[in-house]
Design a protein around this ligand. Structure first.
Ligand code: RIB
Length: 308
């Protein structure tokens, strides 16, 4: 890793996304005709790693793929984005994780995730990278890996004194003591509700959810709010960071793009609010394109968008 770039470790999922565009989602038992079909490298962890790299950070990814064509395509793609993939193991027994995604005419998505090799990631996979983790500016995790693995890696990163960012996605309830070790918790509305029981539907309820999460032990909370941007709570002050309006093609990986860009900006020394603004700009740009890692903007694109 270069000394001049933020060094970020992502421990997380790697998927091949099978994406179908539809006019509208089918109801149970119904067949609808797809408009188009593509395969796109995805997975929350890999998307966040790609977003770190494209935003100007140095990123190492830890995870697993299967010994199959999806796995090698995902690895090649991450390499092409500049990520260090030496911490990704090829699992001999499980297929590469995948997500079947339907995207409707409004750009909203429905998603079925099958973990495959992601479900085989164990804390020891990260222990092999202890040296790199001990030098990292930030360690990022999500909830697409087994929860015991997330907890084990958080314990390791915490023992090594690293900053820990958790994106609690997909929505799951973690053990109570996990949140106490988190420096930056970044849920969306659904995930915030899952963790707090508070239905997030406006800035007031997002603030209440953030306050609840701070009481549970997280040090700083950013609730992402889709087209409304993000709500930042640093433990004292609450700031709403709005998002610019843009035509939505596909919202897949918008949250992942926010997290990658946000973490680079923060590790470069920007304030929490400025980093969230950078993350929001990246996420907004990502929804204008179809697919996960096909939609993540470069740092130059983010900076130009912020200047407009
Ligand atoms: O956050 C978006 C991602 O969630 C997709 O790329 C898909 O793989 C699922 O993991």
């Amino acid at each position: 890793m270069s000394d001049t770039q933020p060094a970020i470790i992502v421990v997380g999922s790697i998927n091949m996304d099978l994406v179908v565009r539809v006019e509208r989602f089918p109801v149970p038992g119904e067949t609808v005709r797809g408009r188009s079909f593509i395969t796109v490298p995805g997975g929350k962890g890999a998307n966040q790693a790609a977003a770190v790299s494209l935003s100007g950070g140095s990123v190492s990814m830890i995870g697993r793929v299967g010994n199959d064509i999806f796995g090698s395509a995902c690895l090649d793609n991450l390499r092409s984005k500049g990520a260090d993939v030496s911490g990704i193991r090829i699992d001999p027994d499980a297929p590469t994780g995948n997500a079947m995604i339907a995207v409707d005419a409004e750009g909203q998505n429905e998603l079925i995730y099958t973990p495959g090799a992601n479900g085989k990631v164990i804390p020891q996979d990260a222990e092999h990278a202890t040296e790199a983790i001990s030098r990292a500016d930030m360690v990022i995790l999500q909830f697409e890996l087994p929860m015991e693995t997330v907890c084990g890696v958080v314990d390791l990163a915490s023992r090594l004194g690293r900053k820990i960012l958790i994106n609690p996605a997909p929505a799951e309830t973690p053990p109570a003591d996990l949140l106490k070790k988190v420096d930056y918790l970044i849920p969306n509305e659904t995930e915030a509700e899952r963790l707090t029981g508070i239905k997030v539907q406006d800035l007031q309820s997002a603030t209440q959810a953030a306050e609840n999460l701070l009481r549970q032990g997280c040090k700083q909370v950013i609730v992402t709010l889709g087209s409304q941007g993000a709500l930042v709570h640093d433990g004292t002050a609450v700031t709403h960071v709005p998002a610019k309006k843009i035509e939505v093609v596909d919202a897949t990986a918008a949250g992942d793009t926010f997290i990658g860009a946000f973490s680079v900006a923060l590790a470069e020394g920007k304030s929490l609010v400025k980093a969230a603004r950078f993350g929001c700009a990246a996420a907004t740009l990502s929804v204008s394109k179809l697919g996960a890692q096909t939609s993540i903007p470069t740092r130059g694109e983010i900076e130009s968008f912020l200047e407009d």
